[in-house]
Design a protein around this ligand. Structure first.
Ligand code: GCB
Length: 616
């Protein structure tokens, strides 16, 4: 008996369940909520003293020295060694690195704390604590009780808050955030970007009815032949709704007023599926990014969304959007505002980044190398930018480790769950430049299968590497057999050789599929001018783009798009040239002040030419 009790106790301390992606609540902007953004207290805790005792055991729940407990001193003789108070504050959302010099290079644990009052709650209303993202590992405590933990720095998660835990005033909310890198996490220890830590995206309390719509997917039926649909002016919309729990009464109402849709679907169980046949549907495309107001109502909660309908597919060597060939005039973007040396998180940030992409005449963005915040994909829907969204399975992951595969799958599921209704997203990428081996290909194939099982309305890819060869550059990574498009990062003229090598380069792909150049680029220090053979000069970068573009124009007929690396200079601890880099990856077409380098106009002109002749 005693053993059993001890086991139970141990479980309650260490095995608080991590959130499963299928419990994610979507479209929180449209739900009743209270923002918890703002100024939070923090404790910087590199030794994790608030979490482990001096024997390095996790502290027990009621331990007064645990940093999740409010430090209360009842008598002046009492010893207290932690506390939350000004001036130790951080703004949320936001990375910690950019907010105070103490944090510039910090990687480790920071405790965040704030108080909040209980919102007005209806009789059966439930409360969830929702995070847009926390990098990387978050342990969440309310009034001394652990709500849960989550790993993965770029995807959302939520925990239910038991109502009896909420006090009317001064609820003590603590989040332990740890961004240390580990070999068995996703990403792993080696990346070419800065590992910004913190509560990097919005945090809020979300209030729902007792039972509610947790997820929904409304899309153009992927199985329908789009050319026939257009010809006959009969479009099939398919959809599904997942409730938080099974119910046997009530109904979900779907309304798309502009299309005259108002349908009531009685609920039996926790999931319902529906089909609609519609006329005169205006399809979403970069040229006409038409979004419809869609609403779903259940149990007094109305969820409003703006949804576009489009079909993306491949046919032989072409990518087709709404049945017509589309060329992807792309640009890669990190989720970073260079002028602030910080992570991007707001709508204004998204406007800056996607606005720059538009200015380049792009119709597509590769959101590298991890899922970006929801403002980005929602704005891409509105602006008419096609999106590649990726999980950070980057370089050398611990491919032989099943637990690591589970972590990658969790991030993949969360990415897809949050953004399933975004028409702009046309490609899910399961990784970048992973080194070829049977174990790695098995790992990646398993991710591809998972993505397909969750979403059959998009293309799946991964950025691969190329074997350079003086005769012919061959793209034959075995993973190409499983992706819908073959995507390749190539740097001919930057990594190895000079740009003139592009003149004689030939390309061959082992698969009868569209070829997408998912990266190409060269570094330039903005304002450094020299002859074009001088590395790091803007002229070298310009020359690189000129030669690359000439080569791209000679590509075989499977060439379906390109997303050069990268829109703007970004922070990377791997980039240590004292004159030209100073901790920045300088392959941006825009510098850290927001100024365009010479190569920007070269790419812009190329895209302008293609756009002129394109229907979409
Ligand atoms: C790559 C990586 C990207 C790097 C880039 C570079 O191939 O995918 O993350 O930042 O090259 O600048 O070398």
């Amino acid at each position: 008996m005693i053993r059993k009790l001890m086991m139970l106790l141990a479980m309650s301390l260490t095995t608080i369940p991590a959130m499963a992606a299928d419990r994610l609540i979507v479209n929180t902007d449209s739900r009743e909520s209270v923002s918890l953004n703002g100024t939070w207290h923090y404790i910087l805790d590199p030794y994790e003293t608030g979490f482990y005792n001096y024997r390095y055991k996790e502290r027990s729940e009621g331990d007064p020295e645990a940093y999740w407990n409010r430090p209360v001193t009842k008598h002046r003789s009492e010893r207290r060694e932690h506390g939350y108070r000004a001036p130790y504050t951080l703004e949320v959302p936001g990375d910690w690195n950019s907010q105070d010099d103490t944090f510039t290079y910090y990687e480790g644990t920071v405790w965040y704390q704030r108080d909040f009052d209980r919102p007005q709650l209806g009789k059966n209303q439930r409360v969830f604590l929702y995070f847009g993202a926390v990098n990387y590992e978050a342990h969440v405590y309310l009034n001394g009780k652990k709500l849960g933990m989550h790993k993965g720095g770029f995807t959302p998660f939520n925990f239910e808050v038991p109502r009896d835990l909420l006090k009317e005033k001064d609820n003590f909310l603590v989040v332990k955030v740890d961004n240390k890198r580990h070999p068995d996490e996703i990403p792993t220890i080696n990346t070419d970007w800065w590992n910004y830590g913190g509560i990097t995206r919005d945090i809020k309390l979300v209030m729902t009815p007792d039972n509610f719509i947790q997820q929904y997917e409304i899309e153009l039926d992927p199985a329908q032949d789009i050319l026939t649909a257009k010809q006959e002016n009969r479009f099939r919309i398919s959809g599904n709704v997942t409730l938080d729990k099974a119910a046997s009464s009530g109904a979900v109402t779907l309304a798309i007023p502009e299309l005259g849709v108002e349908q009531r679907y009685p609920v039996t169980g926790s999931r319902l599926e529906f089909d609609l046949e519609l006329e005169d549907l205006q399809l979403w495309s970069p040229k006409t990014p038409k979004l419809y107001n869609v609403s779903l109502t259940y149990n007094s909660e109305e969820l409003a969304d703006n949804i576009g309908f489009r079909k993306i597919e491949t046919s032989g060597k072409k990518i087709l959007l709404n049945g017509e060939p589309v060329f992807l005039r792309g640009i890669a973007i990190h989720e970073e505002i260079p002028q602030g040396v910080r992570r991007a998180h707001s709508e204004a940030d998204a406007e800056q980044l996607l606005g720059w992409a538009k200015d380049l005449n792009a119709n597509m963005v590769r959101l590298a190398h991890y899922p970006h915040n929801e403002q980005m994909t929602r704005l891409a829907d509105k602006m008419g930018l096609l999106v590649w969204s990726e999980i950070p399975v980057y370089w050398t992951i611990d491919f032989g480790n099943d637990a690591v595969l589970d972590k990658a799958k969790a991030q993949l599921k969360e990415m897809i769950a949050r953004d399933h209704n975004r028409a702009s997203i046309v490609i899910w990428s399961v990784g970048n430049e992973t080194p070829v081996s049977p174990v790695r290909t098995g790992f990646m194939k398993s991710l591809i299968d998972t993505a397909r099982s969750l979403d059959d309305s998009r293309l799946i890819s991964a950025a691969l590497e190329v074997h350079y060869n003086p005769e012919t550059n061959r793209v034959d990574d075995p993973l190409g057999a499983y992706t819908d498009i073959v995507s390749v990062n190539e740097y001919l003229g930057w990594y190895g050789g000079t740009p003139d090598m592009c003149r004689t380069a030939n390309w061959e792909v082992a698969y009868d599929k569209p070829l997408f150049i998912s990266e190409t680029g060269a570094g330039a220090k903005s304002g450094f001018h020299a002859d074009r053979e001088t590395r790091w000069s803007e002229e070298y970068q310009q020359w690189y783009y000129e030669e690359q573009i000439k080569m791209l124009k000679r590509m075989p007929d499977n060439y379906s798009g390109v997303a050069p690396w990268i829109l703007a200079d970004f922070r990377s601890p791997k980039r240590n040239h004292p004159l030209y880099q100073q901790g920045w990856n300088r392959k941006g077409l825009i510098d850290e002040q927001g100024h365009k380098k010479k190569a920007f106009d070269v790419l812009k002109a190329y895209y302008g030419e293609i756009e002129k002749d394109a229907d979409q």
